[in-house]
Design a protein around this ligand. Structure first.
Ligand SMILES: [Cu+2]
Length: 117
């Protein structure tokens, strides 16, 4: 029951990170919003409600010291997924800025905060 509740909470956090006028809506994400993950390597997976154009989509990782680095986007498991891996992360708070182009030609963006233990 607790697990279902925390999953539901995570999903709501994901949804609230999407702008009001959303075209590609973030349905789920790993890491989940405000979660604590193990370093140094962290898989990143974002699932949307529609197809994503990878060439026009971006993942930016903000490090605890404010440094920003663009993450390399891996090939998709499915057309609605954005997949990457953040490597060599030390302890601290991070932020993923995502920006995607949906198949309807509109760009949406949002952010996901998480911590590395
Ligand atoms: Cu649209």
């Amino acid at each position: 029951m607790n697990m279902i509740r925390s999953l539901a909470a995570a999903l709501i956090f994901c949804l609230t990170s999407v702008p009001v006028v959303a075209h590609a809506i973030l349905l789920s994400c790993v890491p989940t919003v405000n979660s604590i993950v193990k370093g140094p390597d962290t898989p990143i997976r974002l699932r949307f409600n529609s197809r994503i154009d990878l060439k026009r989509s971006k993942l930016l990782l903000v490090y605890p010291d404010g440094t920003q680095r663009e993450l390399t986007i891996s090939s998709q498991d499915s057309p609605d997924m954005l997949v990457s891996e953040a490597k060599g992360l030390s302890q601290g708070s991070y932020l993923i800025h995502w920006q995607v182009l949906a198949s309807d030609g509109h760009i949406t963006r949002g952010e996901i905060g998480f911590k590395v233990q």
